[in-house]
Write a protein that binds this ligand. Structure first.
Ligand code: BES
Ligand code: ZN
Ligand code: ZN
Length: 478
């Protein structure tokens, strides 16, 4: 599917956005007919008038770009079921190209479908969506700005879909080695290099926490390190991603109902790969290290156990209380690795589907932002807002930190109390951030929005590619 700007065009279907549920006022369509089919212009609703070649879609609040993204996603959701070649959407752009960008993102993200495992993939494919110069505000559309907005959404949205593809692949196919292979493919693009390390390397470099998680799996672990270093880099950022290609829980086995969807426990890692790919494509003036800890968390005779004591790369010892709190063990060593090998880091951001507690706290749509630096957290929250992703801060406090105490090791891998689990997980990670880097670090828990079982917003069923748009917006703000 292509998205193109065209002054004027006669397409198979004309898409009409109904703003602010305003079916009277300036609205020019057949109000009585729309009322008859029960359409009132609310978010995520539409009315298809086939004989007229018109699709009406609600934009609940025209001041809110997310309303346009949702409307475009809704429109494409309907359009892709029709046997048509093209459709046209008028321009709703009052000033810049923000609305055009929002519409393009909604179309690209909403059109996504993962059908690799379907023996009979759906045939119908709409070829082109036109954004036209027809403008409901009577203003002149800035053609170049609209074209640039479409181009931007195609790059970033395309890479959100790339992250979705990585996560949606079945876990027997998307193994740690397969993820490393995908990362190597990404590194073929200009400006990116890739190093992949195996279990021998983990052993030699003292990454006992990461190694322990991987040791029951028939699939060997991989530490993936992608680098993007533009000549004009103003800042250097490490993005560390949790890449659990499967999380069974280990010996602290997950109940069956909680184990399904755990192929998505690599969503942070997939996002990290997609982010560096996008940054290189956009030629962002920021040096980036993407470090991904890829492994499965399985059971068997070789499995690590509750009561085991592990030694992480920075020498700290960890008592295992629950093998399902594995992401933080993998990340602990990856965070140490990133700080040891990357020089002059300005920021360290980790992305992880880390805790169910974060989903309990914020719901399925919102990521948690944690860290010690208020300015950094603010900039991340702002970037989330700009990008159309949802994020909220979860605050640290001294009492929660004490819950990680262990009688036998430097700390336990999970808290003694079950409340506040998203925050105690982040506080665990902070033990692996060097003192001088504490203010450079933020932890993003994407457990809620990473995988979608009931479509919402611009997200169809499956992986959402959470944090890709968000991180790109943040990197642009540096
Ligand atoms: N991968 C899970 C967290 C998760 C849960 C992600 C739901 C996405 C959706 C993580 O490894 C995990 O199992 N965490 C435990 C931690 C607990 C044992 C302290 C959890 O959240 O229950
Ligand atoms: Zn787990
Ligand atoms: Zn996990």
């Amino acid at each position: 599917m292509k998205i193109e700007f065209k002054e004027e065009v006669k397409a198979d279907i004309k898409v009409v956005f109904v703003l602010n549920k305003d079916l009277d006022g300036s609205f020019i369509g057949d109000r009585a007919l729309l009322e008859k089919v029960g359409f009132n212009g609310a978010d995520e609703t539409s009315a298809l008038l086939v004989e007229r070649g018109e699709l009406y879609v609600g934009v609940e609040d025209e001041e809110d770009l997310e309303s346009f993204r949702i409307a475009a996603a809704k429109a494409i959701d309907v359009l892709k079921t029709l046997k048509i070649k093209d459709a046209a959407i008028a321009s709703y752009d009052k000033s810049g190209a923000d609305v055009a960008k929002a519409i393009a993102f909604g179309l690209i993200l909403g059109a996504y479908e993962f059908s690799e495992y379907k023996s009979k993939p759906k045939q119908r494919q709409i070829e082109t969506i036109y954004l036209t110069a027809e403008n409901f505000y009577g203003a002149k559309v800035d053609e170049n700005a609209v074209r640039a907005a479409i181009e931007y959404a195609a790059i970033v949205g395309g890479n959100v879909n790339f992250a979705r593809d990585l996560v949606n692949r079945a876990p027997q196919d998307m193994t740690p080695s397969a993820l490393a292979f995908a990362a190597r493919q990404v590194a073929k693009e200009r400006g990116i290099t890739c190093d992949v390390y195996d279990e021998m390397y983990l052993k030699e470099s003292g990454m006992g926490a990461f190694l322990a998680v991987s040791q029951a799996s028939a699939e060997p672990p991989r530490l993936i390190h992608l680098r993007y270093k533009p000549k004009n880099a103003a800042k250097t950022v490490a993005i560390v991603g949790k890449g659990l290609t499967y999380d069974s829980g280990g010996l602290s086995l997950k109940p069956a109902d909680y184990m399904t969807t755990m192929k998505a426990d690599m969503a942070g890692g997939a996002a990290a790969i997609a982010i560096i790919k996008t940054a290189a494509k956009l030629k962002l003036p920021v040096a980036i290290h993407a470090v991904i800890g890829a492994t499965e968390n399985m059971i068997g005779g070789a499995a690590y156990k509750p009561d085991d004591v592990l030694r992480a790369k920075n020498g700290k010892t960890i008592e295992v209380k629950n093998t399902d709190a594995e992401g933080r063990l993998v990340l602990a060593d990856c965070l140490c690795y990133a700080q040891d090998v990357a020089s002059n880091l300005d920021y360290i951001i980790d992305l992880a589907t880390l805790t169910g507690a974060c989903v309990v706290a914020l719901g399925e749509h919102t990521s948690g932002v944690m860290g010690f630096n208020d300015d950094l957290k603010r900039s991340l929250l702002q970037a989330a807002k700009n990008s159309g992703e949802l994020a909220a801060e979860l605050p640290f406090n001294r009492y929660l930190k004490k819950l990680l105490k262990s009688e036998v090791a430097d700390m336990a891998n999970c808290a003694s109390v079950r409340y506040g689990g998203a925050i105690t997980a982040a506080l665990f990670l902070s033990e692996f951030i060097k003192e001088e880097n504490l203010d450079k670090w933020a932890h993003l828990d994407v457990a809620g929005p990473s995988y979608v079982e009931k479509p919402w917003g611009v997200n169809p069923f499956g992986a959402s590619g959470a944090a890709v748009r968000w991180a790109i917006d943040w990197l642009e703000s540096l």
